[in-house]
Write a protein that binds this ligand. Sequence first.
Ligand code: ADP
Length: 167
Amino acid sequence: MSGSKSTIAVFPGSFDPLTLGHLDIIKRAAELFDTLIVAVGQNPDKEELFAAEDRLEMVRVHAQAMPGVEVRAYGGLTFDFVLSVGAKVILRGIRDAVDLRSELQAANTNRIVGGVETVFLMATDQHTLTSSSLIKQIVSIGGYDPQRLARLVPQNVADKLRERFGK
Ligand code: ADP
């Protein structure tokens, strides 16, 4: 970003598990913001597959190699966390019209109630259909080919999934 402003963005999510889609957004956002904080939280609407510490570690392995990218755990309201770290914006990824609808509502609420703006990056074409929730369903039911999952998630996550759910 130009000028003397230092822009901190927070990318909040449950990352349960981290996918190549998330990772793509993180890499692209790292080019746009001085500091990107990947905030690993809890989504009350979703059942948890991996504990917070595991989800943090999944992201940390990648963030270590990315200048300006930090990974933090958080709880409570997203905009409270954003303000507490001195950030100006929330970053979210948009895959399709379904994401857009719920994300617009969240962005509007965060702006009105928390005074925090949201910036969106569109998913890249090859990751538009990648979803943590579906991966969760597949591994919970079992019977998958671990090699195929490696096309949707980074290798460290594929290894964790195999360790825990593989046969
Ligand atoms: P949450 O449960 O808080 O929505 P997620 O981990 O599911 O957390 O998603 C975090 C963010 O990443 C959201 O903005 C979501 O839209 C985005 N996202 C999820 N999957 C993808 C993908 N395949 N490509 C791009 N963005 C994605």
